[in-house]
Design a protein around this ligand. Sequence first.
Ligand code: HEM
Length: 134
Amino acid sequence: MEETATKPVTPFQRLGGAETFHAIADRFYALMDADPAYADLRAMHGEDLAPMKASLAGFLIGWSGGPRDWFGQGKCMMSLHRPLPIAANTAKQWADAMRRAIGDVAPSDTEMAQALAGVLEEIALSMVPLPEKA
Ligand code: HEM
């Protein structure tokens, strides 16, 4: 049998590349800014969300298997959040806004889009310090 070289297909590729992740980050922060349901989460952020949009997109691009420029800056997403007082309700707001943002951008690979929303929710909830979770 003839061997065919198979290239691994990353979540980054399946979801449509950098454009998709910029759209998701833009939509995520727009929802956070506009919907009072995310007021607690919004209040934790500074006035100007533009740098956060770019940074979140950069993180998601590298983390999902795309170009790793964001990680090249020596940043660690978990370390950046450790000093923040993340409560269960703000983590849920984050996960909810992200699920909506992904749904609104609507990548054609719906299976991978749902997996993305699910794993990001798990990460967000894992950022709540243990006593808060009880
Ligand atoms: C669990 C709830 C979360 C809360 C309350 C939260 C809150 C915040 C806040 C307040 C900032 C801005 C910090 C600043 O002003 O410098 C920030 C930045 C950021 N967050 Fe979150 N975050 C959460 C979850 C997540 C998750 C799950 C991810 C990614 C999977 C993420 C990715 C980022 C990134 C990439 C930045 C920009 C960091 C930088 O470039 O300085 N966050 N977050």
